[in-house]
Design a protein around this ligand. Structure first.
Ligand code: P1T
Length: 391
């Protein structure tokens, strides 16, 4: 089956007892047992729940993996991954441009457990090669990254990792399996914040880990249950409901974002437009190679000016809502330096290019004309506020 058919039908046969076409919400914490330890495969909803199992199965199928595991958030998935696969003394190589909460967990929490961590610019394979040490256990990356939309060459990284027998994990939140399937390159583990495109409607928080094969299945299953960052049945049901339309939504996100990126690139009040689909993007060739259905719905821009101009622009937007998060049907805008990446020290942000005039747009699936007019008007309002400030 192909992508949309899988999203709608895989693991989702009508309910055998009632004929219900849609997967029921098994809103139960526990399950009756015939005898002590004898049950129908479920004993307690932290360990497993039938609604969650369906979502875990569909996610595994869409990514082309073998096992899916769902969590209460993307961060819950990351925490479980780290505690499952590392021991004190191990070394982790992470992309230098990752979600601020990922950076915060790794630097402020996980590092205290004796794991050494290096943050590396993943756009350069030589950087990664020279960061590898005898105790390196994993290479962990986002591609495209949050918020600078940098791309890593998954195939090149896999060649490095395979030689040294390193685990690879790709956070595929921005691309989704509709645009990019890291298992095609031999990646071991895919992570998602399902809060974003997978759920797609900004109404539920969740996360997932998907495994290519059986190697880490037992450990991840054990830690999923032991750490307990698992989602409730309704959250998994909402995510499953959203996931069914992932393909059609991503197509619309990509179309709108491509058109808006071109519009913004030609606008005199915008200094930089970062979008993997633009030929001006430094890793556009990699994007064309490894993103098979489009370039996503995220655009980052630097407006002409500084923080005051960025604030004036964001305040003037009417269709784009100023809010954290991304990947929903509605367009959002946010200021990484003050919002999602506040946990990243200012000096690190400056080195990376998370400047005070950097703005991240999550382009929704509203009508393009309305989105473009909104950006145009807000840029105009920004320039008028500049003029007033100078007067
Ligand atoms: O928010 P949560 O479901 O815990 O997912 C964390 C996470 C992991 N990976 C990526 C690439 C992410 O973007 C996120 C969450 N990001 C935001 C909330 C944001 O606005 O960027």
């Amino acid at each position: 089956m192909k992508f949309n058919t899988l999203a709608i039908h895989s693991h989702q046969e009508p309910d055998p007892t009632t004929g219900a076409v849609i997967t029921p919400i098994y809103q139960t914490s526990t399950f009756a047992q015939e005898d002590a330890g004898v049950h129908k495969g479920y004993d307690y909803s932290r360990s497993g729940n039938p609604t969650r199992s369906v979502l875990e199965g569909v996610l595994a199928d869409l990514e082309g993996g073998k096992h899916g595991f769902c969590f209460a958030s993307g961060t819950g998935a990351l925490v479980t991954l780290c505690f499952a696969l590392f021991k004190p003394g191990d070394h982790l190589i992470v992309g230098d441009d990752v979600y601020g909460g990922t950076y915060r967990f790794l630097t402020k929490v996980f590092q205290h457990y004796g794991v050494e961590i290096d943050f590396v610019d993943m756009t350069r394979l030589d950087n990664i090669a020279s960061a590898i040490r005898p105790n390196t256990r994993m290479i962990y990356l986002e591609t495209p990254t949050n918020p600078l939309l940098k791309l890593a060459d998954i195939q090149g990284i896999l060649e490095l990792a395979k030689n040294k027998k390193l685990i690879t994990c790709v956070d595929n939140t921005f691309a989704t399996p509709y645009l990019q399937t890291p298992f095609d390159f031999g990646v071991d583990i895919v992570l998602h914040s399902t809060t974003k495109y997978i759920g797609g409607h900004s109404d539920v928080v969740g996360g997932a880990l998907i495994l290519r094969d059986d190697t880490y299945e037992e450990s991840i299953r054990f830690h999923q249950n032991s750490i307990g960052a698992t989602p409730d049945p309704f959250a998994t049901w909402l995510t499953l409901r959203g996931l069914k339309t992932l393909g059609v939504r991503m197509k619309a996100h990509c179309q709108n974002a491509t058109a808006l990126a071109q519009f913004l690139e030609a606008h005199p009040l915008v200094d930089d437009v970062i979008y993997p689909g633009l030929p001006s993007h430094p890793q556009h060739e990699i994007a064309k190679r490894q993103m098979h259905n489009g370039f996503g719905g995220m655009i980052s821009i630097r407006v002409k000016g500084g923080e005051a101009e960025a604030r004036a622009f964001m305040k003037a937007l009417k269709v784009f809502t100023l809010a954290e998060s991304l990947g929903g049907i509605e367009s959002l805008v946010e200021h990484p330096a003050r919002m999602t990446h506040l946990a990243v020290e200012k000096s690190v942000r400056e080195t990376l290019g998370i400047t005070d005039n950097l703005i991240r747009l999550s382009v929704g699936i509203e009508d393009l004309e309305d989105l473009q007019a909104d950006l145009e008007n807000a840029l105009k309002a920004m320039s008028q506020s500049q003029t007033r400030a100078l007067a």
